[in-house]
Design a protein around this ligand. Sequence first.
Ligand code: F6R
Length: 602
Amino acid sequence: MHMCGIMGYVGPKQAAEVLLGGLKRLEYRGYDSAGIALEDEGSIYLRRKAGALRVLEEVLAESPPPPSHIGIGHTRWATHGGVSDRNAHPHTDCKGENAIVHNGIIENADELRAELLNAGHVLRSETDSELVAHLLETGPADLRVRLSEVARRCEGAYALLVMDVHQPDRLVAVRRTSPIAIGATENEAYVASGAIALAPWLSECIYLDDGEIADIRPGKIEVFRLEDLEPIAKTLHPIEGDGELPDAGEHGTFYRKELMEQPIAWRRVMAGRLDDVGQVNLRDDGIDQEFLRSVERIVFLAMGSSLHACQMAVERLAEVVHLPAQAELASEFRDTRTFLEPGTLAIAVSQSGETIDTLAALRHARDLGAKVLSLVNAPASTIARESDYVLDLRAGFEISVASTKAFTTQVIALELLTAALAQARACPLPPTDLHALRAVPTVAEDFLAAFHLPKELIETCAQAPGVIFLGRGQDLSLAREGSLKLKELSYVWSEAFAAGELKHGPLALVDQRVPVIVCVTDPRHAVKLRSSLAEATARGAYGVAVGSKLGATLQVTLPLKERIGAYLLGALPLQLLAVEVAEARGCPIDQPRNLAKSVTVE
Ligand code: F6R
C-alpha cells in the first residue's frame, strides 16, 4: 500500500496515546492519511482520517477513544486506492474481529479479491491491504499460525501488523521486505516500521528480517521462520536518539537546518578516518588494506541523490585509482541479466538503508557473486545488515524528505574510500585534494554565512516553464543533483543534461524564460562549458555559472578550487536555490507532495 508508518502497542499504558506518539515520530517520512484501531471490550474501535495526523488527533480530542491496552496505528502513503478515510488503515474483516495495518504492495491482490468476493466477503475499501483482514477471518484460531498461512498466500513486498480482539494480549507482525522494529520492556511491547518511533520508550530493539513472523506480548517477543514456524534467535540493536523529536528551531524547516548543518556532518564523517597528515584509515570500519587491494572493479547501486554521489565517485575512481567503476540505477540493475566479473565489489549507497530498489539490487549483486559494501546513514538498517562491509555516514538524523547532508556526506565517504583505495594501491591522491577535504567544513561555514542568491534569479526560476542544469564529468552529477532538488522542492520542471548534448536537441527548449545553470567545479571543462552557456545566453536565457568564471549573468564563485572541495561547496548554492524557489512558490519544504522519505515500495 504505502511506505509509511506502522505503530503497535500492548501493555498497561493507554494504547491510543502511545500509537499517536509513535506515529508522530514517523510523520516526517510523508503520508496522506492516518488511523488507529484499539481493542474495546471484545470489539474493535476504529478511527481513520484522510489528511495530517493532526486531523485524526482533533477527531480523537473531540470524542476521546476508549481506554485500551492494545492497539495498532498507521500513516498511509497511497498506492492502491485514492486518499480517503475509507482507504486509510487500519482495516478490519467482515465481523470486526481482526484489524491490520500494512506497508508494501500485495501483488496478487486481484486474485485474492475475486476469491474473497466469491466467498461472500464485503470489502469496504479499494485497498489491497483490507484483503488481509478478510483472509484472517478463517483458519486456525492461533493468530500467529493464522497470519503465517495468510502471509504465505500474499505475493509482493510487505510488512503486516495484526491484532485479534479475542487474543487481546498479543500482536503479530510479519515481514517480507518492508521494515519492522520490535522492542519490549518487562510488561509491555512496542512495534514500529522504524526504530525512531520507539525511541521515547526503548533503548534497544530487534529488526525482523525477510520471511520472519513475530509473536509480540507484554515483556516477551518471539520470532519464527514464516516458512515452517521454527523459532529464531534475534540480536538486539541499540536505538539511536534520546526520544526527543528534533526541532527545526531558528531555521524554520528541517531542510534549511540540515543544509546549514552540513559542515558539522562533514566533520563527523571524516573524524578518525582522515588524519592530519592526509592518511585515510578505514580499519575501524572493518575495511583493511588487503581487502582494498583485492578490489578489481566497482558497481555502485543507488537511487536518487544517492546515485548522484555514486556518479561523482565513478569520476574520482577513474581519475585517481584507475579503477573501472560504474554507477547503476538500482531499480534497473536488479532486473538485468548482467554478470559480474570476479573481484567486483558492489557498493550500495543509501541514506535510509531501506530503499527497496537498492536492497533488491544488492541482493542481485550478491547472487551474482559480488561482495557488498554499503554506505548508509542507519547502521542497523536492512541494507547494512545484509552487507559484508558497512561505512556509516554519520550524517545524523535526516528529516527533510529532500536530502542535503546525507548526499554531501555520501560524497565525502566515497572520497575517503577512493583515497583509501588509492593509498592501498600506491597511487595516492594529489595531497591538495585531501587538504581541501579537511578544510571544506570551515570554508563552507564561512561561505554559507555570507552567501545570498539574487532575488531576480529566484523570481525568474519561480516563474520559469523549466530550468536547465548543465555539466560535464563530475559536474554532470552535480547538475543532476541541482535539478532533482529544484523539482522536488519547488515543482518547477527541470532537467539536467551533459553539456555536450545541448546542441543535439535540448537547446530547442531554451528561450529568455528558461534559466540555464552551469555547474563547473572541475575547471578542466570551463572552456567547453563557457561555449555551452554562450549558446544558451545568446537565446536570451538567464545564465548562471557555479564554479569557474564563464561570463554568466550570475557568477557563483567558490572559495575552494580543488575538485572535491569545489564540488561540495558547489552543492550548497544549488540546495539553496531549490528551497528559495520553493518558498517563493509557497510549496511545503520538508514534505514535498507525493514524496516519501524512505521508499520501500517498488
Ligand atoms: C532526493 C532524495 C531521494 C533519495 C532516494 C534514495 O532528495 O532524497 O532521491 O536520495 O530516494 O534514498 P536512500 O538514499 O534512502 O536510499
